[in-house]
Design a protein around this ligand. Structure first.
Ligand code: MN
Length: 392
């Protein structure tokens, strides 16, 4: 794969010499992603998505919230039967019966969560901080005593006093938690704040830090990467960035940022990203925007004659990396901005040729059609070429 990204990225990267094996992407398409209003995967769809996530090489899949329904539990059990390489986690509240239900699904581990902000304690849980802390400890100990991998999430922790987050994480760590998660539940922190918060946790807590971000202000990916830069080694993602409200940090954007803009080689099969995106698009019926980073249909499409001309001599002039790397294809679009290069590219691509003198005529015809609002696809272009040739 050819790529060329800004050399300025690496100027301050002295602290970022991380061991790629220590970075854990824990994808939650099947849990938070499914909590997108109106979305409900069938058990078979869940299996198909889990298999594709496993093929990509995602090390941990949060497969569901078992307490929700029988169907959810069946889906998780069926995913377990696929013997995937990915570890399968289930979400639980910090309630023993939730963990028992997760255990009945045979999962490898749990993410157990409790709200930590005063808002959540007062209006949702009606608990004191002390009560929440003891629930957290109890759940972590219970999960660990049953041999599970246990990650503890402080929900809404980006709106929680630092002292209380540290108390919770210290207690969860002492109780045996394998990882502690910051959840930016309402997507309301910004990257500098995130960097500060994770630095404080890293300086005070001896555990792996995970990060779960929401996109309410369009910062889920930026905040996740800020957390990563400060030392959070586990990053929560969803395919196409689906999830509650504005969604979560997108899997494809996170892993491509790590690969391209951070230069970290990880053992992902990146070429399945496009296919995975379309699979989730199909089962959620949420169309992927054409301009969606990495997997959008316009990401490797070019119309401007100036760009097409440059791309014909070197694609990196207008692409940071080659489309095949993520399972995409380069597309030259014929339209109002096309030029001689676009015509030549298209003729080559379709195995056609016309006399030099006719190419200008084709350009004029395309521009005229585009300005009438008509689409000039391959079929229309072929017809146009036929017409021109018939007159030669
Ligand atoms: Mn969430």
């Amino acid at each position: 794969m050819k790529s060329f990204v800004s050399p300025y990225n690496f100027v301050n990267d002295v602290d970022l010499k991380v061991d790629p094996k220590k970075i854990i992407v824990y994808d939650t398409t099947l849990r938070d992603g499914e909590q997108t209003p109106g979305i409900c995967f069938t058990p078979d769809e869940k299996i198909e998505i889990a298999v594709k996530l496993d093929e990509l090489g995602v090390p941990q899949i949060e497969a569901g919230f078992p307490v929700v329904s029988d169907g959810e539990r069946r889906a998780i059990r069926n995913i377990m039967k696929q013997s995937l390489n990915s570890e399968i986690l289930a979400l639980t509240r910090t309630i023993k019966s939730d963990i028992d239900i997760a255990l009945s699904c045979d999962v490898d581990g749990i993410i157990t969560f409790i709200g930590s902000s005063d808002l959540h304690l007062k209006y949702k849980l009606k608990m004191t901080r002390e009560q929440a802390l003891s629930k957290a400890v109890e759940a972590v100990e219970y999960g660990k005593s049953h041999g599970l991998f246990v990650a503890f999430t402080a929900e809404d922790s980006t709106r929680t006093d630092l002292d209380f987050i540290l108390d919770l994480f210290r207690a969860a760590t002492d109780a045996g938690a394998d990882r502690v998660h910051i959840a930016d539940t309402t997507g309301s922190i910004r990257p500098m704040g995130m960097k500060y918060l994770i630095t404080q946790i890293k300086n005070n807590i001896d555990n792996t830090i995970g990060i779960h971000c929401h996109d309410d202000f369009g910062l889920a990916v930026a905040n996740s990467l800020a957390a990563f830069e400060a030392g959070a080694m586990a990053i929560s993602t969803t395919v196409n960035g689906i999830g509650e409200r504005a969604g979560n940090a997108s899997l494809e954007e996170i892993i491509m940022n790590l690969r391209m803009l951070y230069g970290i080689e990880m053992p992902f099969k990146y070429e399945v990203l496009y296919e995975l995106s379309r699979l989730v698009e199909k089962y959620t019926t949420m169309p992927v925007p054409k301009n969606k980073a990495i997997v959008g249909d316009n990401v490797f499409s070019h119309e401007s004659g100036i760009h097409v001309s440059a791309i014909r001599s070197e694609p990196l002039t207008y692409e940071p990396y080659t489309p095949e790397f993520v399972g995409q294809k380069r597309k030259i679009i014929l339209g109002k901005h096309c030029g001689m290069s676009s015509i030549e590219y298209k003729l080559d691509e379709l195995g056609l040729s016309v006399p030099e003198s006719e190419k200008e005529i084709l350009i004029l015809k395309i521009k005229e059609m585009a300005e009438r609002g008509a689409k000039v696809g391959d079929k229309e272009f072929k017809n146009m070429v036929q017409e021109v040739l018939s007159k030669v």
